[in-house]
Design a protein around this ligand. Structure first.
Ligand code: ADP
Ligand code: MG
Length: 557
């Protein structure tokens, strides 16, 4: 247990039989225990700690149903390649297969969601298994791990001297790419006519910001962040071509991938979203990832921070830079300008209810530069991402690779804990669709209980994707038999979500106009004593602006 104090800072969970004593013992050791309202949200919070700090956050759950509720969080962490340690209480060993209280094959159940899932064979073996789980979660490609603690272990006495005391693992060893591959990559980059760097959340996790920024600036290369790659190099950097994303992907002839998989988010690296002969240079810590969906021109297996330094050193050997006045840069800049103008025009619309762009432009105007931005929802997340800027790495958390809805409040709570402990005064802005908010809405009580510096924005269109306004709702209700169907996408119009916040002592605002939005945001930012929730009513049928590719409307980007 002693090593835990040093290596585990936060445990998120819900107590009950048989883990209550574990939470109390952890608190006695000085570990921060944050009691949540649902294991799913607790597990999301713990996984965000892993991404933000590079050490696994712990989620502590009870047996059976508690463990099952946490599976969503585990799957999300594992799909995102984030470290996580789930500790589950389980039924007593001598009652196994007898129909014990909350009995479930937990180790087996977790195998599908983890890199490692095990039960210590004895109480003396616990430190050994925990060390292995922590190490496995952060070494190689990060991921989730599970350790099962049977109820009859919890109150067992053990002689400390009988435990072969295990120090927790060292930081992950740093691996570098083959020199010949680095040389080849540099040569492909130098010969590129239309180069593009793609910065993924793997680069953020690897703390590669300094080296990647140097690559961008020294060689004048255009870059495109993925959703959580935003902020590794600031969004307002002149070389960021986020506003010309489709164009950049479609016409690049050389693409360097820094910790971004060629999955659905990047349209699998295939035509028509890319040139058929585009040369991919893949940088990743996971060898099995290299070559997925495309045949890469060069693969650089290693830690992104180390490999980007190798690339810098190699490129430094000649006096090369990508010509800033190239036709490629001109094409990208023109496209960025026209896309930005289209968004601005939508944002300037005075009609009420507001559209997404109007809302996000007003939010962006007041957003503190160092805040965490947490976001989820369909249009809320997709449009919000194009307007809300990130200036710092690892300061955006969203539905991620798994596109999980319900992560927002858990993520916000984790970010707020980190902010509180590491840079007091820093705020967390959590931008939720009304549907997304519903998944974990009761965590507002957690936010108020710990008085966390979170401002929740619920962008409310009365539904999933789209909803009805009050009049249409009433009109259609008139004809509806009380037992007949409610349209699946509809939520109750004009729901006062802000009252969930006031119920627990936070500040709540219901806003319908840009002026009300500006004012409530100003007040929320000025008030550092309380969390707040701003319920922002928007046009229920609002959507995003027209896209070049029609299938973009349902994708993440
Ligand atoms: P995004 O969603 O931003 O595109 P992905 O989650 O698809 O990002 O990709 C992240 C990639 O980063 C994963 O393939 C993972 O193996 C890799 N990765 C994680 N940490 C490191 C690291 N330290 N060095 C290199 N690659 C890493
Ligand atoms: Mg909605």
């Amino acid at each position: 247990m002693l090593s835990w104090r040093r290596d585990v800072e936060y445990i998120f969970g819900i107590v009950g039989i048989p883990v209550t004593e574990i939470a109390i013992a952890a608190q006695q050791l000085g570990i921060k225990y944050i009691g949540m309202r649902n294991e799913q949200a607790a597990c999301y919070a713990a996984s965000a700690i892993g991404y933000l700090t590079g050490r696994p956050g712990v989620c502590l759950v009870v047996s059976g149903p508690g463990l099952i509720h946490a599976l969503g969080g585990m799957a999300n962490a594992n799909v995102n390649c984030w470290p996580l340690l789930l500790i589950g209480g389980s039924s007593e060993r001598n009652q196994e297969t007898m129909g014990a209280f909350q009995e479930f094959p937990q180790v087996e159940a977790c195998r599908l969601y983890t890199k490692f899932s095990a039960r210590p064979s004895s109480i003396e073996a616990i430190p050994f298994v925990i060390e292995k789980a922590v190490r496995t979660s952060i070494y190689g490609r990060p991921g989730a791990c599970y350790v099962d603690i049977p109820a009859d272990f919890v109150n067992l006495q053990v002689n400390v001297n009988s435990i072969k005391y295990m120090e927790c693992c060292m930081s992950p060893p740093v691996s570098m790419a083959e020199t010949s591959a680095v040389r080849m990559a540099a040569s492909v980059i130098r010969n590129a006519k239309q180069p593009l760097l793609i910065i993924g959340k793997g680069a953020a996790y690897a703390h590669a910001e300094e080296n990647i920024k140097k690559l961008v600036e020294q060689y004048k290369l255009p870059f495109l962040p993925t959703p959580m790659g935003k902020g590794v190099v600031p969004d307002n950097h002149p070389n960021c071509v986020g506003a010309a994303r489709s164009r950049a992907l479609q016409f690049a002839d050389v693409i360097v991938l820094f910790g971004a998989r060629l999955n659905w988010i990047l349209h699998f690296g295939l035509p028509p979203r890319y040139q058929p002969d585009v040369k991919f240079i893949q940088v990743d810590i996971c060898a099995e990832e290299l070559g997925n969906n495309v045949k890469p021109a060069v693969t650089l297996l290693g830690d992104i921070s180390a490999v980007s330094k190798q690339l810098l050193e190699e490129l430094d050997k000649t006096a090369w830079e990508y010509p800033p006045e190239s036709k490629w840069w001109k094409t990208l800049r023109e496209k960025m300008k026209s896309n930005e103008a289209a968004s601005k025009e939508l944002a300037s619309k005075k009609s009420l209810p507001m559209n997404y762009y109007t809302v996000f432009y007003h939010v962006q105007e007041q957003l503190p530069r160092d805040c965490f931005v947490v976001s989820e929802g369909a249009n809320t997340m997709d449009i919000g991402r194009t307007v809300l800027q990130n200036y710092l790495p690892r300061h955006r958390l969203d539905a991620g690779t798994f596109r999980t809805m319900g992560v927002g409040l858990g993520f916000a709570i984790a970010a707020a804990m980190v902010a509180k402990d590491r840079s007091p005064g820093q705020r967390v802005i959590c931008v939720e669709g009304d549907s997304a908010f519903g998944f974990s809405g009761m965590e507002v009580e957690t936010i108020c209980r710990y008085n966390l510096p979170i401002i929740l924005l619920v962008v409310n269109n009365n539904g999933i994707y789209q909803g009805f306004d009050m009049n249409t709702w009433k009109e259609t209700s008139k004809f509806r038999d009380p037992t007949a169907v409610v349209p699946p996408m509809c939520l109750l119009p004009n729901s006062h979500y802000e009252q969930i916040m006031t119920a627990f002592g936070g500040k709540g605002y219901f806003v319908e106009t840009p002026e009300e939005l500006q004012k409530s945001l100003r007040q929320s930012l000025a008030d550092t004593t309380k969390p707040s929730l701003i319920n922002i009513m928007i046009e229920p049928q609002a959507t995003r602006k027209a896209q070049d590719f029609h299938w973009l409307t349902r994708s993440n980007m």
